[in-house]
Design a protein around this ligand. Structure first.
Ligand SMILES: *Cc1c(COP(=O)(O)O)cnc(C)c1O
Length: 383
């Protein structure tokens, strides 16, 4: 089946009791068992261990990636955390993309490091550097591609090969492109991680996360961590995300087309120092971005001439775009990573990985491209 058919039909069936076409919100804590012998015969016991609405979303995520099983979480960070807790013990080592979501970096350096886990942050665009970071105790690779916010890409198949040879699990944070544009499991990764908050919800309504697994064994390990730590998705969130998923490819195609138009406009503007969008020929890894994914997504960044001061002025004066931290929604959002999303990353580390002071991140929404370009044009006039 094609992606559009799967995003509508995978994982859901009409409610057996009423025929309701939408999976109901099963707002319940516990499930009555028919008898002791038939304990768990219907699959559910207590909502920390499983909920039918959440399960429908898990089955949809599994279907979208032709995976084996998926586990949904209360947030994207809970999903990242569960993967780390499932595959890392004290004394183990993990290799992480040097540009990664700020929360992932914080989880590694401020929390898991306290429990004796070691991390090396590598330039994922350089597979030699990735291979050189492998140690005897390396158990996990976590790559993010394209990475937030620099858009740096990692060759997923290449990194998976290195991970496999090292006997490590390779998880890919695929939040930016979604399974519609990029399918890590087909590129030999063990699992995909999503913040469903972003393109799967798509409407700025919920926070949630998911881990999509290639094997049942790995899925069981991740689910065990979830059941033990309680990092579940609520049925209300699962229900909204189920609806959001149905239009994901349509939104992504339209938002990506808007992003391309904006990137081309910005690239020709004399007040713009540089524009970074994987769809542009000038993007350093345009070739990789074009081969391992079927679309470029709707995230880009640019630097206004005049650095931080000019960037701030632009963001304070722009219409239509909202100054906000989220991404992936139908509303266009504009963010200054240095003071907002990546404020927790030390200055030296930020500069090392390319999160420069004047970097303005844009999550391009579903508005008319002409209106978005006009808003940028007016704001750039003022800087
Ligand atoms: C937002 C995001 C996360 C964290 O997800 P939350 O739902 O905010 O916890 C992880 N990775 C990437 C790439 C993200 O954009």
């Amino acid at each position: 089946m094609g992606f559009r058919t799967k995003q509508i039909h995978a994982g859901v069936t009409p409610d057996p009791l009423t025929g309701s076409i939408l999976t109901p919100i099963y707002q319940t804590t516990t499930y009555v068992q028919d008898s002791v012998d038939e304990y768990l015969a219907k699959g559910f016991s207590y909502s920390r261990s499983g909920n039918p609405t959440v399960r429908a979303l898990e089955l949809k995520m599994t279907g979208l990636e032709d995976a084996t099983d998926s586990i949904c979480f209360g947030t994207g960070m809970a999903a990242v955390q569960a993967v780390m807790l499932a595959f890392l013990n004290a004394g183990d080592h993990a290799i992480i993309s040097d540009v990664a979501y700020g929360g992932t970096y914080r989880l590694c350096t401020k929390i898991l490091s306290r429990f004796g886990v070691e991390f090396t942050f590598v330039d994922g665009s350089n597979l030699d550097e990735v291979a050189a970071a492998v140690r005897d105790n390396t158990k996990l690779f976590l790559t993010e591609t394209p990475a937030n916010p620099t858009m740096k890409c990692t060759d997923i198949a290449g990194a998976s090969k290195i991970a496999r040879a090292a006997g490590a699990v390779h998880a890919v944070d695929n939040t930016f492109l979604t399974p519609y544009y990029q399918r890590p499991l087909e590129l030999d990764a063990d699992m995909s991680i999503y913040s469903t908050t972003k393109y799967m919800d798509g409407h700025n309504a919920t926070v949630g996360g998911a881990v999509v697994c290639a094997t049942q064994e790995q899925a069981d390990e991740v689910r065990f961590i979830q059941g033990s730590t309680g990092s579940i998705m609520s049925p209300q969130v699962a229900w909204l995300t189920l609806q959001g998923c149905k239009t994901m490819s349509l939104r992504l195609d339209a938002q990506s087309a808007n992003a391309m138009a904006i990137a081309e406009y910005l690239e020709s503007h004399d007040k713009v120092e540089q524009v970074c969008y994987p769809g542009l020929k000038s993007f350093a890894q345009h070739e990789l971005a074009s081969t391992q994914a079927s679309g470029y997504g709707a995230m880009l960044w640019f630097e206004v001439k005049g650095g931080l001061v000019a960037g701030k002025k632009l963001m304070d004066n722009i219409d239509v775009f909202s100054l906000a931290e989220n991404l992936g929604s139908v509303e266009s959002l504009i963010t200054h990573p240095v003071t907002m999303t990546h404020a927790a990353v030390e200055e030296a580390e930020r500069i090392r990985v390319g999160i420069i002071d004047g970097l303005v991140r844009v999550s391009v929404g579903l508005e008319d491209a002409e209106d978005l370009i006009e808003a940028l044009d007016k704001a750039l006039e003022l800087v």
